[in-house]
Design a binder for this molecule. Structure first.
Ligand code: ADP
Ligand code: MG
Length: 162
C-alpha cells in the first residue's frame, strides 16, 4: 500500500480564517495494518516538515506513537536507533534538520524551570512530542497533531491534522 492512499478513509480540506489569514487544514484519517505501514505514513508526513515545526503525537500506551516518530525521524535522515526516551525526557538527533523526540509521559505539568530545561529541544529542530497533553500550556503550538488508536493487535487508526 502506498501510505496515505488506499487506506485513507477520509481526506478533508478545510479553509478557515484566522485574523484574515486563510489556512488550509488537512485532516487525514487512515488505518494501518502493521508497524511498517505506520512508519511509512510518518515518512510521508516528514517530507513536508520544516525546521521549527512541532508535531504532537497522542494516543494511549502501545498505540504506536514511538513507531510513528521512528518512521518520520528515519525519513528526516536520523541514522541510529530511535526509541522512546524512557529514562530521559528527550532525545536530540543530528540530521539535516535536527530531530527532537520528547516523551512527557512522566511529566505532570511543567514549572518554568522544567520548561527551561526542555526549551532547547525545540531550538532549530523538528520536534516530536509524545504525551503533549502533559505539558500544559508550555508546549509551543504544534503545526501537526497526530492521534493514534488501537483497532486490534496489528491495526491502528492514525489521524493527522494540519
Ligand atoms: P507508544 O509509543 O504509543 O506507546 P509504540 O510505538 O512504542 O507505542 O508501540 C507500538 C507497538 O504496537 C509496537 O510493539 C508495534 O510493533 C505494535 N504495532 C502493531 N501494529 C502496529 C501498527 N499498525 N502501527 C504501529 N504499531 C503497531
Ligand atoms: Mg512511546
Amino acid at each position: 500500500m502506498s501510505p496515505g492512499q488506499t487506506s485513507v478513509s477520509e481526506v478533508r480540506q478545510t479553509i478557515h480564517r484566522d485574523r484574515g489569514v486563510r489556512h488550509h487544514v488537512r485532516v487525514v484519517e487512515t488505518v494501518t495494518s502493521s508497524p511498517e505501514e505506520t512508519e511509512a505514513l510518518a515518512a510521508g508526513l516528514a517530507a513536508r516538515l520544516e525546521r521549527g515545526d512541532v508535531v504532537a503525537v497522542s494516543g494511549e500506551l502501545g498505540a504506536g506513537k514511538t513507531t510513528f516518530v521512528r518512521g518520520a525521524a528515519r525519513a528526516l535522515g536520523v541514522a541510529g536507533p530511535v526509541a522512546s526516551p524512557t529514562f530521559t525526557i528527550g532525545h536530540r538527533y543530528e540530521a539535516p534538520i535536527p530531530v527532537a523526540h520528547l516523551d512527557l509521559y512522566r511529566v505532570a505539568g511543567l514549572d518554568p524551570e522544567e520548561w527551561g530545561d526542555l526549551e532547547p529541544y525545540f531550538d532549530g529542530t523538528v520536534a516530536f512530542v509524545e504525551w503533549p497533553e502533559h505539558a500544559g500550556e508550555w508546549l509551543p503550538a504544534p503545526r501537526i497533531v497526530v492521534t493514534l488508536g488501537h483497532v486490534d493487535e496489528t491495526h491502528r487508526t492514525v489521524r493527522i491534522d494540519g
